[in-house]
Design a binder for this molecule. Structure first.
Ligand SMILES: [Fe+2]
Ligand SMILES: [Fe+2]
Length: 204
C-alpha cells in the first residue's frame, strides 16, 4: 500500500518534471507515450503505473544541448561511445534516467533501464523497456506507412513489434546513409536469434 502511494507521488512528480523541462509539443508526445505504454502494459499483464512512470521520464532530457549532454555524462562517469560523441542527443535516455534517480529518487531499476535504453534499444532488456520502446514508436501522433500494422502487432506480440520497429529504424537509416547504433543492431539480432531466448513477460 505504501509502495502504491509512493509510486503515485512519483507519477505526479515525473509529470511535473517533464512539463517543466519540455516544450509543449514534446510534453504532449510524452503524455501520449505514457497513455500508450499504459495500454501496452495492460495488454501484456505488466504493471501499468511503472510503464507510465518510465514513459513520463523518457524524453525529459531531450531538449538539453550537446555540450550539456557531454558535460553531464563526463561529470557522472557515464559511458560515452563514438556515436554518442558524434551525436550527443543519443545520451538523452541515459541522462534522463540519471536525472530521475538523482532528482526524483527513482530506484526502480527496470524503469530506469527502460528510460536509458529507449532510443537505441539494448539486447536482453526487460519487458518494461520493450513496452516503452514500442510505445514511443506507435503513440497516436506517429504517422508513417507501417504504423497501423505496428500498433496491431504491439497488442499481440510486443517482441515482434519491437523487432519490426527496429528493422524500420535500420531501413530508415540506410535510406539516409546513416549508420545504425550498434545497440540497435544487437537488440534486433538478439530478438531474431532465438525466440526462446526472448524475455518472458512476467506477470506483476
Ligand atoms: Fe527519446
Ligand atoms: Fe519519445
Amino acid at each position: 500500500m505504501e509502495d502504491h502511494a509512493k509510486l503515485h507521488t512519483l507519477l505526479e512528480e515525473a509529470d511535473a518534471f517533464a512539463r517543466s523541462r519540455l516544450s509543449e509539443g514534446r510534453y504532449g508526445h510524452t503524455l501520449r507515450v505514457a497513455d500508450t505504454a499504459e495500454e501496452l502494459a495492460r495488454a501484456h499483464g505488466l504493471d501499468e503505473d511503472r510503464a507510465r512512470l518510465a514513459a513520463l521520464l523518457h524524453d525529459a532530457a531531450r531538449e538539453s544541448g550537446p555540450d550539456e549532454f557531454l558535460g553531464l555524462a563526463d561529470e557522472w562517469g557515464m559511458p560515452v561511445g563514438e556515436q554518442e560523441r558524434e551525436s550527443p542527443k543519443l545520451l538523452h535516455g541515459p541522462v534522463a534516467a540519471e536525472l530521475a534517480e538523482r532528482e526524483l529518487g527513482v530506484e526502480d531499476e527496470e524503469v530506469l533501464e527502460a528510460v536509458r535504453a529507449h532510443t537505441t534499444g539494448r539486447p536482453e532488456m526487460g519487458p518494461l523497456a520493450f513496452v516503452l520502446y514500442v510505445a514511443d514508436k506507435i503513440e497516436p501522433a506517429r504517422d508513417y506507412p507501417s504504423v497501423g500494422r505496428l500498433r496491431e502487432l504491439a497488442r499481440k506480440d510486443l517482441y515482434r513489434a519491437a523487432a519490426e520497429a527496429l528493422r524500420r529504424a535500420i531501413a530508415h537509416n540506410e535510406e539516409r546513409g546513416r549508420e545504425t547504433h550498434p545497440a540497435s543492431l544487437k537488440t534486433l539480432e538478439w530478438l531474431e536469434a532465438d525466440h526462446t531466448a526472448q524475455p518472458r513477460i512476467e506477470q506483476k
